[in-house]
Design a protein around this ligand. Sequence first.
Ligand code: NAD
Length: 254
Amino acid sequence: MDFSTKRVLVTAGANGIGLAIATKFQELGAAVFVTDIDPDAVDKARAGGLLAAVSDVSVEEQVRELMATVEAELGGLDILVNNAGIAGPTGPLETLDTAAWKSTFDVNIHGQFLCIKYALPLLRAAREASIINLSSAAGRLGMAGRSAYSASKWAVIGLTKTLAIELGPDKIRVNAICPGAVNGPRIDSVIAAKAVMLDLPEDEVSALYLNQSSLGRLIEAEDIANMAAFAASDMARNVNGQALAVDGNTEKLY
Ligand SMILES: NC(=O)c1ccc[n+]([C@@H]2O[C@H](COP(=O)([O-])OP(=O)(O)OC[C@H]3O[C@@H](n4cnc5c(N)ncnc54)[C@H](O)[C@@H]3O)[C@@H](O)[C@H]2O)c1
């Protein structure tokens, strides 16, 4: 895979899965820009050789400015990776705080809407552009106690499949990636919140999470980065409108 002529934007690209995706594209020769809401993480990404800016994907004006910066810094955009997504509140639905419910949708789906809306002029000007939206195994299965997260990630699949049809005539491909539980600090806090909800010790909940996958192990951020690179590459030139699972075969979520 050679991305030496490609310009890539990864949202929430200064940490976790986003950073793994940004690093992968950089290793494969692309010019990569990351954006993140966390200024310290953005400084670290810059120190690691990435172009980077602070912005919040859920704030329209910031997204509009971000795309102007990307155009100025990269000269255009071929690949947009909508990676920003928050875990949202944990608990039975009637206990959930309304503001926390709404902010989950603000980041996880409205953020993707805004980034695509303002990136589209750049993507249309590129040759065979590609959009990758991060969904989740919770975007194709239910997940008790995580209704806001799961519903927002199902929405990502609806957005992806609809845009694949709308943008097909422009030769812009749109796919989603659905990771299972990914090793890292995010899953540790998700497990801790679930342990409180179920009134179980954290190590028992950890074991449940490990065994969600038929392979009995967590997914690594690099597994998601590999799928992102493949999905954006010419090797996947006819892969469009798909929800691509990278979850070791996950059939039930805890
Ligand atoms: N970690 C998992 O197990 C897992 C599983 C399935 C899907 N996902 C999805 O993968 C994506 C990345 O997950 P992760 O585990 O790397 O996340 P993470 O919690 O490690 O956060 C990654 C980054 O998102 C940034 N961020 C948060 N809100 C933002 C906003 N409004 N605008 C810009 N940046 C913002 C944070 O500052 C952080 O640097 C998310 O969409 C997540 O839902 C993760």
